[in-house]
Design a protein around this ligand. Structure first.
Ligand code: SF4
Length: 380
């Protein structure tokens, strides 16, 4: 049985609503005119509609879209071949919600570059560029802070600040894409595993995904996008009912309700049986394998009992387990499982025909675990 060292108060059930709070203004700004539209908040259809309302043809919308997502312009005046009157309207009515970098730090192993990005209201969020074996991945945040309160997570320990708009999520992907572009490479993979619970900010997250998937823009293939959730059942079911073919990763960390609830407060709201039903539903509707994340905590959930329980729990699902040794945080005394223990855990899963991968911990020296750089910055 896990012993929570600093179990948070469980947020109200209403906080798990998969919609942003009513009245939340996607274009609300404090250091830019608050009536202006963040262009990154607009889908291509919305951009066309905006320009059509101003009396411009789709040709101009396509040109702006191309400049934003193919040429990666960083200022409205950088959009090529715009009519002066259209540029004046854009300047008056819109802005580009580029996120300034507060801190950028590279890991010693050279695989990870982490950014603390500043939002318009001075909240900060993290985005990470990971490059390994020629594969580049952007890890982005969907919220500033997080309401879920997972006790081992630095973001969970800081609490919830606010949801991000679609444009603020898109801007992170663009930030990483721009860096790769400067290196003559392109971004192919995106994971929603930064700060926040993506399904708690469902609408903005899905809109952001639609924008980065758009084949005329960044054109990230849906199968190269991984959405990670701590197990918000209504959101998983909603995702199953929609068309996007993104990869779903569910954070389990415990194979019994008692084990999960000790680590993840939302597990009290949605017990394992409900979560597994939702995963089965997702798997049948979307015909996709589900990835299960398991943070290995030494002496806690890396035991042979937990490995057998996990094997039994998932053996009827099309599943893959990612075993990730814990990234230690200041607010949680747990330690990462040893490599030998991780391998033994993996061998037990194999007995149940369950494929798994032991993930390498990268970027420990730059606080690459979600929320750690922001927590470090707020302490300095
Ligand atoms: S692990 Fe994910 S869901 Fe849990 S507190 Fe951290 S950011 Fe939120």
């Amino acid at each position: 049985m896990l012993t929570p060292l600093s179990l948070k108060t469980l947020p109200n059930v209403s906080q798990y609503d998969t919609h942003p709070p009513s009245g939340y203004n996607l274009t609300m700004q404090t250091d830019v005119p608050n009536h202006t539209i963040n262009l990154y908040d607009l889908s291509r259809r919305e951009l066309r509609s905006l320009l059509s309302n101003w009396g411009y043809s789709d040709f101009y919308a396509a040109r702006i879209w191309d400049a934003l997502y193919r040429q990666h312009v960083t200022a409205l005046c950088g959009i090529p071949d715009l009519r002066p009157d259209l540029l004046a309207s854009l300047r008056k009515e819109t802005h580009l919600g580029i996120l300034p970098v507060k801190i950028a730090t590279d890991s010693n192993d050279g695989f990870t570059r982490k950014f603390l990005l500043r939002l318009h209201d001075r909240q900060t969020i993290e985005a990470v560029l990971m490059t390994f074996k020629g594969r580049a991945t952007a890890c982005v945040s969907t919220q500033a802070g997080c309401a879920m309160g997972c006790i081992f997570c630095a973001t969970g320990q800081m609490g919830f600040k606010r949801h991000l708009s679609a444009g603020e999520i898109v801007a992170q992907v663009l930030h990483v894409s721009r860096i790769l572009r400067d290196r003559g490479k392109s971004l192919r993979n995106v994971v929603l595993m930064g700060m926040g619970e993506p399904l708690h900010n469902y609408d903005a997250t899905m809109k952001a995904l639609d924008i980065i998937i758009d084949h005329n823009g960044l054109a990230i293939a849906p199968r190269h996008i991984t959405l990670s959730t701590v197990g918000l059942v209504p959101g998983i079911r909603r995702l199953a009912d929609e068309e996007r073919q993104v990869r779903l990763a569910v954070s389990l960390h415990g194979a019994s309700d008692a084990e999960r609830q000790a680590l993840i407060p939302p597990a009290r709201r949605w017990p394992l049986m409900e979560l597994m039903d939702a995963c089965q539903y997702y798997s049948e509707k979307r015909k996709r394998r589900i990835f299960f994340e398991w943070t290995l905590i030494a002496g806690e959930n890396d035991t042979t009992e937990q490995a057998h329980a996990l094997g039994q729990l998932l053996q009827t699902l099309d599943a893959h387990v990612n075993l990730i040794p814990l990234n230690p945080t200041v607010g949680f005394a747990g330690q990462p499982a040893h490599e030998k223990g991780a391998k033994e855990f993996q061998a037990i899963l194999a007995q149940y025909g369950l494929p798994s991968t032991v993930r390498q911990r990268r970027g420990i020296d730059i606080a690459a675990g979600c929320g750690q750089l922001r927590a470090r910055d707020s302490q300095s």
